[in-house]
Design a protein around this ligand. Sequence first.
Ligand SMILES: Nc1ncnc2c1ncn2[C@@H]1O[C@H](COP(=O)(O)OP(=O)(O)OP(=O)(O)O)[C@@H](O)[C@H]1O
Length: 252
Amino acid sequence: MDGINQTLKKIDHNQISINQNRPLEQTQVKNLKNYFKIGLTYASNALEGNTLTESETKVVIEEGITIGGKPLKDHLEAIGHARAFDYLWELAKSADITENDIKELHKICFQPKDGAAAGQYRQVDVIITGSHHNDKLSRHEDVPAHMRDFAAQLPEKRARLHPVVYAATLHRDFIYIHPFEDGNGRTARLLMNHALLATGYPPVIISPAFKHEYIQALEKSHSNSQMFTHYIAEQVLQAQRDYIRLLHLPPV
Ligand SMILES: Nc1ncnc2c1ncn2[C@@H]1O[C@H](COP(=O)(O)OP(=O)(O)OP(=O)(O)O)[C@@H](O)[C@H]1O
């Protein structure tokens, strides 16, 4: 693996090719949105134990058909995440994101499964199973203040950091607050992808096959924040290569 600056350089180079081919045609935008929606909904839910395959996720979302033998919860998660992605797509027309937007994103994502609890901050302390750094998670009584600070600091961080570093930082900082009782992983990945989409980068879709590497990078980032940033930068590089191939873009 290259050093982080090398990876960012390659990302900037690929982004020139991507930006040179903008604006995209309406149909291309529509197809890409659908492609990302199904891909991210499948992968992000599967990372958290949802048993629907990618094609089953597509059938549930696009045709409203249930999959025999699969839990109702898995269907409701697919429907909620797809709706949250639609909301995110609209939000990404602006790079700004507020604390209310984040709560709304969680609400839309988890209302089908969790009803009124969706979009509400937690009232209990939580732990991340398998992590050795649970002492760093926000206490439940600190969540509102930590979320207020988190949201207030976003414009300054966005102005100072490379967009990819900013997206990774957003995910990592949000996970340390863990503001909701459930659904923090999925909300963190939606937020990170908001940051990427809003600045013209393709979204990062972490395959459940690489869950171990993703969790390891997050766990290591407790002592070295660059570990996760670098991991995400490598994922963005891969996402750009897929995007360039998908749209048959010429190399720069
Ligand atoms: N060791 C770790 N260090 C830091 N973050 C971690 C670690 N392990 C997992 N995570 C993050 O926490 C998320 C899962 O958090 P948790 O197990 O509390 O589930 P959750 O809040 O219900 O979220 P979701 O339902 O989306 O999984 C993972 O998706 C990942 O982003």
